[in-house]
Design a protein around this ligand. Structure first.
Ligand code: XMP
Length: 509
């Protein structure tokens, strides 16, 4: 039944992920046995096909860290005010140690009890280090914990000497009385100290007494092994970062490489420009070991240009993203299913992996992208509402907790950052800027520590249903025509969704 992927794609007109189903196969293995190993670039193999998009409302160090812990990769966005700040995010991922908080929320000596109570309310932290400047990296002066201020919230009159305005310096435990960890020690040594002294938090300082990190008992209790984690040869987490095609981006590349970045993404809505080719050639000539993902492309001709110029992977998608309006405004783009299929088929001859970027609405879309030939799927919107995405939650209409999610080509992003303008071939001096994306919100999806394992398990179930024990087997059997596809009508699409119910609750995991 059905048809091969090649027959399906031979029909005229673009196909989206929604336009087809994959027909079921034989299940003769357990879902646990499904191997999702794949490649993100020519030389880098990872254990699951998940990549977070370089967008300023999606990927900074927290997202990149959790993506790598679960076997994917995060690409740090390029909209930082300075190249140094972007490189610092890469460093945070590279320096990640389990249980350590590298950027703990700090207070200054003149912060007040009210400030600490606000932090507890907002973030749930039960204590904070006090440093000279109020930031990590400056002299540690003491620690304040729940014990030092909790009573003030208990409506007790017996504490008139401590009020909401009392400076933290008066109630903190001063540094002389604290047990401290040493930044030069191996993590095991600090963990031992924390356990031996039965501490809730251990401040880690360097020789000068500057705060470097915080080791938290609660985080350690939560930590588990990450058997799929994406590591480099030094056993540090893998991380990527995006740059644009301007001459000034060469400084970003230099600093990113110095910080240990593994993958550079040349971020552009249309990868076939002379600027991109030049940047790609320059990076490959200057840093031959750095893997470069070029794009975005949607046709074989575009793919050829960038593969010939040295790309180690191609990012595919134009106008398919949830916040994109490129196809409407520019009249240019391509249906994502066809784009992924065509480019992957071409790139495969050269061993170049394809990143299916945009339009991943749910876990089944990842399985479809990989079935069409992509090696990994890149997600923006799907991850934008998670705890690890940048930005604070706000209360949206109807009491729903949301986070801001904006297109990199939205006026909002373009007005804020020259890098976003460059992605869409717009100059700072242009009086009229044409938006190619919108500003939106995404509902709270909770932490990636739960959401990513759900995505991974969902893809495993999908492959099991198709009858493929691994991504490698899936792609081979699709190519050989053993895995069958079927286009679906608009009615079939409606039938495939939830329907005919009075009301329903959608709990996914
Ligand atoms: P999803 O569907 O995952 O898409 O939210 C994320 C991808 O969309 C691209 N992107 C944009 N495309 N205008 C566009 O046409 C924009 O403003 C915009 N911002 C992001 C990008 O490729 C991203 O990975």
């Amino acid at each position: 039944d059905g048809e091969t992927v090649h027959e399906m794609m031979a029909h005229k007109g673009g196909i989206t992920y929604n336009d087809f189903n994959i027909l079921p196969g034989l299940i003769n293995f357990s879902v646990n046995d499904v191997d999702l190993t794949t490649k993100i670039t020519k030389d880098i193999e990872i254990k699951c096909p998940l990549v977070s998009s370089p967008m300023d409302t999606v990927t900074e160090s927290s997202m990149a860290t959790v993506m790598a812990l679960f076997g994917g990769v995060g690409i740090i966005h390029g909209n930082f005010p300075t190249a140094e700040l972007q490189a610092a995010e890469v460093l945070k991922v590279k320096r990640f140690k389990q249980g350590y908080v590298m950027q703990p929320y700090c207070l200054k000596p003149d912060s007040t009890v009210a400030d600490m109570i606000e932090i507890k309310k907002r973030y749930g932290y039960t204590g904070a280090p006090v440093t000279e400047t109020g930031f990590v990296g400056s002299k540690l002066l003491g620690m304040v914990t729940a014990r030092d201020f909790d009573f003030i919230t208990m409506n007790s009159n017996s504490t008139a000497d401590v009020t909401m305005e009392t400076p933290i310096a008066q109630i903190m435990v001063p540094v002389e009385k604290l047990t401290l960890g040493n930044a030069a020690d191996a993590p095991e040594v600090s963990i031992k100290t924390l356990k031996k002294c039965r501490l809730g938090k251990l401040a880690i300082v360097n020789k000068k007494g500057d705060l470097c990190a915080l080791l938290c008992r609660s985080d350690l209790l939560k930590t588990r092994d990450y058997p799929l984690a994406s590591h480099d040869s030094k056993n540090q987490l893998l991380v990527g970062a995006a740059v644009n095609t301007r001459e000034s981006s060469k400084k970003n590349v230099e600093l990113l490489v110095a910080a240990g970045v593994d993958i550079i993404v040349i971020d552009s809505s249309n990868g076939t420009s002379t600027y991109q080719v030049e940047m790609l050639r320059w990076i490959k000539a200057t840093y031959p070991k750095i893997q470069v993902i070029a794009g975005n492309v949607v046709t074989r001709q575009q793919a050829k240009l960038l593969i010939d110029a040295g790309a180690d992977a191609l990012r595919v998608g134009m106008g398919s993203g949830s916040i994109c309006i490129t196809q409407e405004i520019m009249a240019v783009g391509r249906a994502q299913g066809t784009a992924v299929y065509d480019v992957s088929r071409y790139a495969k001859q050269f061993g170049i992996p394809v990143i299916a970027d945009g339009g991943i609405r749910d876990v089944g879309y990842i399985t479809k992208a990989v079935s069409l030939g992509a090696s990994v799927a890149m997600m923006g919107g799907l991850l934008a509402g998670t705890t690890e995405a940048p930005g604070d939650y706000i209360w949206g209409p109807n009491g729903v907790r949301v986070k801001k999610y904006r297109g990199m080509g939205s006026l909002d992003a373009m007005e804020a950052h020259a890098s976003s303008q460059d992605r869409y071939f717009t100059a700072d001096s242009d009086q009229i800027k044409v938006a190619q994306g919108v500003t939106a919100t995404m509902k709270d999806r909770g932490s990636c520590h739960k959401f990513i394992p759900y995505l991974i398990r969902g893809i495993q179930h999908g492959l099991q249903d198709i009858g493929a024990k691994s991504i490698a087997e899936l792609r081979q059997n699709v190519d050989d025509g053993l895995i069958r596809f079927e286009r679906r009508s608009t009615n079939a699409q409606l039938e495939g969704g939830v329907h005919s119910l009075h009301s329903f609750e959608k709990r996914l995991y």
